[in-house]
Design a protein around this ligand. Sequence first.
Ligand code: MV4
Length: 463
Amino acid sequence: MIRRMLIANRGEIALRVTRACRELGIEVVAPYSTADAGSAVVRLADAAVCIGPSRPSDSYLNIPNIIEAALRTGADAVHPGYGFLSEDPDFAEICADAGLVFVGPRPSVMAQLGDKALARGLMSRAGLPLLAGTTGAVNTVEEARTVADAVGYPVIVKAAAGGGGRGMTVVDDPRELAPRYLSTRSTAQAVFGDGTVYIERYLPHARHVEIQVLCDEHGAGVHLGERDCSVQRRHQKLIEEAPSSRLTPRLRAAMGEAAVHAAGAVGYTGAGTFEFLLDSDDNFYFMEVNARIQVEHPVTEMTTGIDLVQEQIRIASGLPLAVTQDTVTISGAAIECRINAEDPQRGFAPTPGIVETYRPPGGPWTRVDADCCAGHRVTPYYDSLLAKVVVWAPDRPQALARMQRALAEFEISGPGLSTTVDLHRAILADPVFRAGAHSTAFLDHLLTSRPPSAAVTRPSAAA
Ligand code: MV4
């Protein structure tokens, strides 16, 4: 059994994992950077260890320092949260070699899924439908041209080492293929240290629907339904909801069963997310697997009543799943709004500064996951997520009303600080979104069509 967990992360997710550990009777070790000395997890932990300066490469990505902190404090397990080292198979392996239980899938499985080009081939063989494209790397301009001509335009060039939308370029016109292919390659090389790219047909008006799975180490797996994450900007999610307004129970079961089967086929263990695109004819296409807990996991917790972080920890402890597919029930509707310290009027540029006023919403079925307070300093070192506002209600219209009520309560401001709260208010008021008739094209359309006088104006040309 796990007795003492080192949480190799920061901010709201470190706090979220701390809460799960506490409820399971597990002690907590918080490694932190100098910028985070005043964070909630440092206050709540049984032991806290400074692992380096603010820069992530010096602290939250510094594997030797993290392992040393774990061994020095007597931790017996590591929860990586999301981002940082959460999908690094080398880190998972180093943890195992140091005698630490890594909360996540086996390193070999993580490595296979981490190459998004190879994962396509793997998942195709496991029975998942794919968009037309390559099931491996595209190594030359000539090859890119042959593939794109066969697939048909528009196509999208994606970095194999990317994922979560980083390092992808849409190509509408064959004349743009060569330069876009080459620039995506060099960006991928610069950002990920791996220039491998692959090509898919691009669906411009789809829905992003992802299936949450849980798989134990004894061969059992369940799905917990889907999250609809179609409201994104530059592949940063703004709003996630469950269930998707586009799924019928029948389609949900088909997608869920396909994901659980594919997870089993590759020996996946732990909590995982299978990302799909859904077209207007209800065809679904596999995109990638996220081998970690995700930012948006609370909406699934709200509709299923299952604590996903506790389940991750139980699975890593070797326990069998407590739920079977027929005991999973999805009820009501949940929505999450990500509140970021960004200025939508200036191309969503991050706005570091000090939070002066912080009055989060509360009330029935309203959850705020945040590590924020008046006086909190937003630094440029980490992602700009300030808070996640999550609500649940018996159905989507009531969930929308509850979220509007919660956002109306939310006061968060400070010198130099801008947030996405007003943008969320505008989205929640939009008739297309309210009807559940939006697609992945929705947010760009909203941002470019709203008159500049409105609460939300178009991003600057520089954006
Ligand atoms: C796509 C796509 C359309 N066609 N791939 C974005 C996040 C990443 N994990 C996958 N993403 C997408 N991949 C193909 N072949 C559409 C998205 C996408 C999206 C694109 C533009 C604007 C908003 C979007 C929201 C969700 C998904």
